[in-house]
Design a protein around this ligand. Structure first.
Ligand SMILES: *Cc1c(COP(=O)(O)O)cnc(C)c1O
Length: 365
């Protein structure tokens, strides 16, 4: 099924008209790609007034991609709309993908496969070496299995792409038609979901009479940021985009995002160009490594839970928030009025990390 999002028409200043017509052009370009409806879109854009009050500085907003639907939501839904449509076009009957033990991508892929009547094989890489039962069996792992996926584990550092290929060969010999989705759904097909998100956000903000100065989010396998970079470039938006890294060092992360953004624009058939300097990642909030909790993440996550009633995850969005809060305190957003944090989801992973948060005891009487 091919979907075309409704394009809002913005009247008013010439600049707004121009932006509106660029968004419309981008929507038409995107409509040429097969897409299956999985998400609850557009996601809300809401103010975080209590956080803004606590931090001072700009007004903070949250783009609720934790509310995309599909097994408790998250950023993989938008990518899977394009990836699963491609799988259907190739008449696949089985999806193969991979991720870390508490992969949100794996959980959302399992749900998408279930909804579309496909089998799903998930390979989980043990990146943290944790023996914790909750980490290994609860949270996203519980949900993967609840959605009927076949889950198998691989050691940390395994060549997961090679492992997926080996599995695909085996399945082909059994007469199946496997389709491999890369880790995080991050290729030029999946990134289209975030090209569309960039368009959606700009139109939504315009409808609300809001001028967005900066957009911040957690960046990992790079498809989210690459899609946003490509989408913002296609509509010539000057929103300051910043990814907060959760794994790789800055240079590597930025190069990954840049390469995929360029690839995505080519795939899209857009003549827009991305400057390497427009790709920014701050990787100072990773801590000891991917999936390993940090003090800043714990504090940020608790602060937002207690002041905004919002849930984040320890691996991605919690570290992203830590970056948002710390950078605000360091003056990174000085002179800006409206800063949007893209909530990429992941709260299901909280149940894989039950002992990470030292919480006050119950009151028993
Ligand atoms: C996958 C994920 C990200 C990172 O997105 P990438 O496209 O892989 O960079 C951020 N937050 C959450 C909750 C995720 O699951």
């Amino acid at each position: 099924m091919v979907l075309t999002d409704q394009v809002a028409s913005v009247s008013g200043a010439d600049g707004a008209d121009l932006m509106s017509s660029r968004c419309k052009d981008l929507a038409l370009r995107l409509a040429k790609f097969p897409r299956v409806a999985l998400g609850h879109l557009p996601t809300p854009l809401e103010p975080m007034d209590r956080l803004s009050e606590i931090l001072g500085g700009p007004r903070f907003w949250i783009k609720r991609d934790d509310c995309t639907g599909l097994s408790s939501g998250g950023n993989k839904t938008r990518k899977l709309e394009y990836l699963m449509a491609d799988a259907q076009n190739q008449r696949a009957d089985t999806i193969i993908t991979q991720g870390a033990t508490q992969s949100n991508h794996a959980r959302q892929t399992a749900a998408a496969a279930a909804k579309l009547g496909m089998a799903c094989n998930i390979l989980l890489e043990d990146r943290t070496g944790s023996n914790d039962v909750s980490y290994n069996m609860s949270g996203n792992v519980l949900l993967d299995r609840l959605h009927g996926a076949t889950v198998s584990k691989r050691g940390g550092g395994a060549d997961m792409n090679a492992e997926m290929e080996i599995l695909a060969q085996t399945l082909r010999k059994q007469g199946r038609r496997p389709y491999i989705i890369p880790g995080g759904g991050s290729n030029e097909i999946g990134a289209l979901g975030y090209v569309n998100c960039a368009r959606e956000l700009v139109e939504q903000a315009s409808d609300m009479g809001l001028k967005v100065d900066a957009l911040i989010h957690a960046t990992g396998s790079s498809g989210t940021q690459a899609g946003l970079v490509a989408g913002l470039a296609a509509i010539e938006s000057d929103i300051h985009l910043l990814g907060i890294g959760v794994r790789a060092p800055q240079e590597k992360q930025e190069q990954m995002v840049y390469d995929l953004a360029v690839k995505t624009l080519t795939y899209l058939g857009s003549a827009a160009e991305v400057a390497r300097s427009d790709v920014r990642a701050n990787c100072n909030y990773v801590g000891a490594g991917y999936g390993v909790p940090t003090e800043g993440m714990v504090e940020a996550l608790k602060l937002l839970a207690e002041t905004e009633g919002l849930l984040f995850d320890p691996v991605y969005s919690g570290k992203g928030l830590d970056g948002l809060i710390d950078l605000t305190r360091k003056g990174h957003f000085e002179g800006m009025d409206n800063v949007v944090f893209l909530h990429t989801g992941g709260s299901a992973a909280l149940f894989g990390y039950p002992d990470t948060f030292e919480l006050p005891g119950y009151v028993t009487n």
